[in-house]
Structures are given as C-alpha cells and as structure tokens.
Design a binder for this molecule. Structure first.
Ligand code: BGC
Length: 719
C-alpha cells in the first residue's frame, strides 16, 4: 500500500522545513507546538494579538468557515516576524456539513470503500471551509457499549477496524503522493486503548496484558500509520498505570520505532494538564515535561508549552534539539499540504456543501449501514396505503437526532426526516406522525393516545432510540434499554394487532430483548445522517435491500457486558453439559445478536467451498474459495466472513477471530465465485516473550455469514 509519508514530495517538504527551522527563534518554535481553540480567541482578543506578533500560535481547533479561517490567517501572517500559516483543525468525524452515518454504523457496511468515499467528501467540504486537519478517524477497539464513544469507531473487531482505519485515512488524505486540494490530514485517535476504559466509564483506566494491547488495541493504529496517517492523538486514559499522554513506550517505542510513524502527535484536549489529576505530574511544568519527553509534539488547547518550555529548556529538563524535531515534523506537514503556497481558501468553494452529489452519497451510505435484525416478511412494505409513524425519531423534531453525535459542523435543518422520506417514497399513501413524537413526550398518556390512533393505519413504523447526545464523549450509560418509556410505547403499538416495523436509531448497541419477538420487523438504522429519511425509505420500500452486519455484539442484558465474540477460551466453555460452566444462572451467555449478524430481503447460498491447502508455512497463504448465489428475489449483498481458531497456543487463544471478509453484491439468481486469501501472517500473536510469531499447529477455519455460523468448517495446519 502506498504511504505518502514516505514519498519524494514528503522529502521535499522536509527540506523546506529544515531551512525554515534554522531561522526561527525559540519562542516561535514553541509556538508551533501550541494549538488554540475558539474560546481563547473570543474571550481575549488582545492576548491573541500578542500571540500573533510573537509567533506563539501553530494551530487552531474548531475555528472554521472560509471567511473566518482566511481572516485569522491573514491577521496572523501580517503580525508575525516569521510568517508561518496556522493549521486549522476540527472534528470532522462522519462528514463535515453533509453528514454520513456514524463510524460504528459505517463499519456495519463491511465496506471500507464506503468509508473512503464518505471521508473523501467530508475532506472536500472541510477543506473548502479552510480546514486542513481532522481529529479522525477514531480507531479505538470498543467492546463495551456502555461507553458512549463506541459510536465514533469501527466496533469490536481488530481486523475489521484495521481495514476501516486504512480506508478512513485514505479517504481524508487522498491516494496521491501528498494530500493536495480537497484533502485534509487524518489524526488517528485516541492512542491508545481508550476503548478499554473500565466499566465503560469515559476517561477511565485501561488495564490489560501487554499482549492484549499489542494484539487487540494497537493493530488498527499500525494499519493507519501504514496507510500514511499524518498525525496521531494521545488519549486521556492511562494504560497499565502510565497515562497515554506521557507514555513513552506507546508514543516512541511502538508508534515511531515499531510502526514507523513519521508525522506528529497532538495531545487530546487538556490531556497534558490532566496528568496532574492522574497523580502522574506535580504541576503544569512537570506535566509538560513528561508529555513532551514521552513524545507529545503539540499541546491541544492552550499555552502550556508556551508558558513552561523556556524554563524547562533552561533547566535542562527538555532539550532544544527535541523541540526542533517536533517543530520540524509540524512544519514538514504544513509544507507537505501546500499551506505555505496557499494559506487561504476560496470562499466560493463552500458551494459544495450539501450539494446533490454529496447528498446522494449520504443517502446510499445511510441505507448500506442499516442492519435488519428481524423480519417476518412485513418488509419490504408493499401495497401500503397508510403508515402511522410513532416515536420521538419519526418527526421534524426527531430528525435532529438522526445526525448523531459529533456532527458539530452540520446543520440539521438540511436533514430529511423519516416522515418526509417515507412520504416521498410512498406517493398516494397517508403518512402521519402520532403522539409521542418528542423525547419528552413519551408519556403514559401519549402512549395510550398513539396506540389508539395507530389502529386506523395499515402499518405502524415505530422510530425509537437515543438522542444524538446520549452517545459520544462523556456519554456513558449503565442501562442500555430504549431510554424512557419507549419500550412501553413499542409494546403498546404491538398490542394494537397492527403490523409494527420498529426502527432503532442510536449511537451504540442497545438491549432490545423486550421487543425483539413482539415486533414484525426490527431494523437498526443507527444515526444515518443528513439523508436519514430517504435512506430509511429506500430500505422500507425495498429500493435497497439491507446488507449491514453488526460489528459490535448486541447484549441480551446489560449485565453481560463486556460480551464480544472473540473472547479467549476458558477451561469450562458453556457447552450446556453441566452446571459448572462459564455461564449465567439468570440469562443466556450468548448476546442477543452476535457480531457479524444481519438479515436481508433475499437469501444467499454458499456452495463448492474449499481451501487451497490444508497446510501452509508461517510465511505462506491459503485461499478460501466458494460460490455465493443469490437464491431470493431481491438484488442484494452478502458478507462472506472467514473466522479461524488456533487450537493450541503458547498463550490462550480466542475462541474465534475474523481474519478475512468480502462483501459480494448479486442480482436475483446470480452467483459469483469468490476467492479470499488468508496469509499466515494474520495468524501471528504476541507470546509471553512479547515477540509476535505465527506458531505452528492446527487451526479451524469457518466460512460464515455471522460469527456464530459454524456450518462450513475446515481444518488446516501451519508448519
Ligand atoms: C475529544 C477528542 C476531540 C477533541 C477536540 C476531546 O475532548 O476527546 O476526540 O478530537 O476533544 O474536539
């Protein structure tokens, strides 16, 4: 894979950076390592003017829009002795203005190319607004849906997340030798293991074996670095007792030495100062010293480096050569993206926001990410003359939440509501919104009213779930049922005897056990973005056949969490043979819906399945071949999922691990021969000696449609 951080263009940028560096004062150098947010600017303009003239500003976050960024850039360049344009950054997480499904939803497409395209559009819109850098993708493995930030990443599986990490980086930065016009820098976050926060409580400790860190949490970062990610963000949490933001092992030994990362590291917002609260640093100076010496090049939001570095250098606690190295990486990236040649953007470029092409991509993505969980045949709807929409996400009010968290730069006025989407898709049909169409309006009284009114319609579509703010940062939950009285609403609608299609919109997996068998169809639409209503209408009317598959297990009960498919083998697996097994006394051990699960309107058959050999060497490869046939009557896509199990290892191995997948689109009756390579290198794991090796021995291999599908099992050996 091409890595632009090793291109000739990058070398040329380095040369220019080196030349500029030699002309800078120490104050100016430290300024390049400092990033500021809007509040500082608006609260104290005088201070900012002083900062400009002294060259104390390297980057901004959350200042956006061509007009604004151009204005600030102009003031900055005019005021400073050594004019160095600022790098404008923002959280462009799942779209900039045109909003796409959340990253977790995107991963359910099992189509990394979709993410590459969405991020390409996001980058273009962001670039046109003067931004050159996004704080995305988040590639934290998340096995705990209590953690609100599970919505920002690509789910619970390391292999899948790694493929999405690469695609996400390439989408933002482009595929060229350098990120030219309409591309922006990616920033992989939150390095590292943020998703492993104990109890799903945000900002909490991550404590795990170093092998789990290497094998489960770090590979997506490595994949992103190899795809050319220019920057990385250090996380808030501590990892095995050392805060990630002062973690030399992670930032230097692993990121730079092991992965070959060449860009720069920015701290998460305020994370350096928080070393004090962690009890890892005494004061600001101590925190700055520890973070910088560990490898955090840029401080997010504030003057900590500006204020403390001169003394730290004087006292010999940090070295000026190291400051030079960090500044050098930042200047290199400023040259590399063409910031010195073109520090401003053309405001007319903002015309592309919400343009038909971008909206069409969002509509397609919204439909591709949904996961059909249940369907008794009611879907796709046909011959329907009247639809009752119920629940807080159905209406004009509710549409704001369909953008999901981290859609800070979007505008929900442009969002298509489910009512509008369905009305347009069902010409001639009556589509009405019943009471309970606001989150604060789901009351006993309104439930009763909605259920009464619903009786007069052919079909009921219940649109329930979370508000946009229930997931995302600082949005941990301890219960994962439908919030408030929404489950009661769904059950009351089911009791009318009318068919009920239940659409669930949320940032995270929810516990849907209470409604699963009561509704006629259940679909996880996540938070689909700007075109939400149209994407949903495409799915409900059969214009698009659902093809999403879950990338995070849905718990049967919150008490099962963490419940993820690729857990390690116990000595007493739940085989159902006796009482002393690893299981619960009060509920099933399996999740409600497993990883990889998802329905369709059509059916697929696998046949002529084979593996090219039943043995390979540690640097070999075997091919899995099969024929996939669409035996139903809708055009649609299936996801072939290849899982393996290492039967005996020098460390206890997972019961199953995804090692390859391929999404196959087929028309009715069509079949396709698929060949999926499985290189032995993917079977490597970290041993007790911390060395990564492919151990010889026997493996099971399953060709599956979901993680618990064991119909097609093979055995092979690595020798
Ligand atoms: C979040 C980051 C984000 C940053 C800047 C922090 O609170 O943890 O993910 O990029 O703010 O908005």
């Amino acid at each position: 894979m091409k890595n632009m951080m090793y291109s000739q263009a990058y070398e040329a940028a380095r040369e220019k950076a080196r030349a500029l560096l030699s002309k800078m004062t120490l104050t100016e150098k430290i300024g390049q390592l400092s990033q500021f947010g809007t509040s500082i600017y608006s609260d104290n303009e005088q201070r900012f003017e002083d900062h400009f003239s002294e060259g104390k500003v390297g980057s901004y976050l959350t200042i956006k829009g061509a007009g604004k960024t151009n204005g600030i850039q102009k003031d900055l360049l005019k005021a400073t002795r050594t004019p160095i344009p600022a790098l404008f950054a923002d959280d462009v997480i799942h779209g900039y203005r045109t909003t796409f499904p959340t990253p977790l939803a995107q991963s359910c497409s099992w189509d990394p190319e979709l993410t590459r395209q969405c991020n390409g559009i996001a980058a273009k819109e962001a670039y046109r607004a003067g931004l050159k850098w996004t704080f995305a993708p988040m590639v934290d493995i998340a096995r705990d849906p209590r953690w609100g930030r599970i919505m920002e990443g690509y789910g619970e599986d390391t292999y899948l997340c790694s493929r999405f990490a690469e695609a996400a980086v390439r989408g933002f930065q482009g595929d060229g030798d350098r990120p030219g016009k309409d591309h922006i820098y990616a920033c992989m976050k939150h390095y590292a293991a943020y998703g492993a926060c104990v109890g799903g409580r945000d900002y909490n400790t991550a404590d795990m074996s170093p092998q789990t860190l290497q094998d489960v949490y770090l590979p997506p970062f490595r994949a992103g670095v190899e795809a050319g990610a220019a920057t990385v963000m250090s996380a808030f949490n501590d990892v095995n007792g050392v805060p990630a933001t002062a973690n030399r092992y992670l930032l230097k030994d692993v990121l730079r030495e092991q992965f070959g990362f060449r860009g720069f590291v920015v701290s998460d917002a305020g994370a350096i100062g928080e070393l004090i609260a962690h009890g890892y640093a005494e004061d600001g100076g101590d925190a700055a010293e520890k973070a910088f010496n560990a490898g955090v090049d840029m401080v997010m939001a504030g003057d900590l480096y500006n204020d403390t570095f001169p003394a730290l250098i004087k006292e010999g606690k940090i070295k000026e050569e190291d400051v030079d190295e960090s500044v050098f990486s930042i200047l290199t990236l400023k040259y590399f993206i063409g910031l010195f040649d073109e520090p401003y953007v053309d405001p007319s470029g903002e015309d592309c926001f919400f343009c038909p092409e971008h909206r069409a991509a969002a509509r397609k993505a919204g439909a591709e990410c949904a996961v059909l969980l249940e369907n008794d045949g009611i879907l796709p709807l046909s011959g329907v003359k009247s639809v009752a929409l119920a629940g807080p996400l159905s209406s004009e009010e509710g549409k704001h939440h369909l953008l999901g968290g981290w859609s800070c730069s979007s505008d929900s006025a442009y969002t298509v509501s489910i009512k509008d989407g369905l009305t347009a898709a069902l010409p001639g049909a009556r589509v009405d919104v019943l009471p309970c169409d606001r989150f604060d309006g789901v009351t006993e009284e309104n439930i009763e009213k909605a259920a009464q009114a619903a009786k007069g319609y052919d079909v009921i579509v219940a649109c329930v779930g979370e508000t946009a703010f229930m997931s995302g940062e600082a949005a941990s939950r301890s219960e994962l049922g439908l919030p408030g009285l929404q489950e009661k609403l769904v059950l009351a609608l089911c009791a009318t005897g009318k068919p009920v299609v239940c659409l669930v919109s949320s940032g995270r997996p929810l516990v849907l056990t209470g409604i699963k068998d009561k509704v006629n169809a259940l679909m996880m639409i996540w938070q689909p973005g700007t075109e939400a209503g149209n994407s949903v209408a495409d799915l409900l009317t059969g214009r698009v056949c659902p093809s999403g598959r879950l990338t995070a297990s849905f718990p049967y009960r919150a008490g099962q969490i963490p419940v993820y498919y690729n857990h390690t083998s116990t000595g007493r697996p739940a085989l159902g043979n006796w009482v002393f097994e690893s299981k619960y006394r009060d509920c099933q051990i399996e999740p409600l819906y497993p990883f990889g699960y998802g329905g369709s309107y059509t059916n697929f058959e696998f046949s002529d399945i084979s593996i090219s050999s039943d043995s390979m060497s540690a640097d070999g490869c075997i091919d899995v071949s099969l024929t996939v046939r669409n035996v139903g009557s809708y055009a649609g896509a299936d996801v072939v999922q290849i899982y393996v199990r290492d039967l005996v290892g020098s460390r206890v191995r997972p019961v199953k691990e995804l090692k390859a997948f391929e999404k196959v689109f087929l028309r009715p009756g069509e079949s396709k021969r698929v060949k999926i390579p499985l290189p032995a290198s993917r079977l490597a794991f970290t041993g007790v000696d911390m060395k990564q090796t492919v151990e010889p021995g026997k493996f099971f291999l399953w060709v599956s449609e979901r993680s618990d599908d064991e119909r097609y099992k093979f055995e092979f050996e690595v020798n």
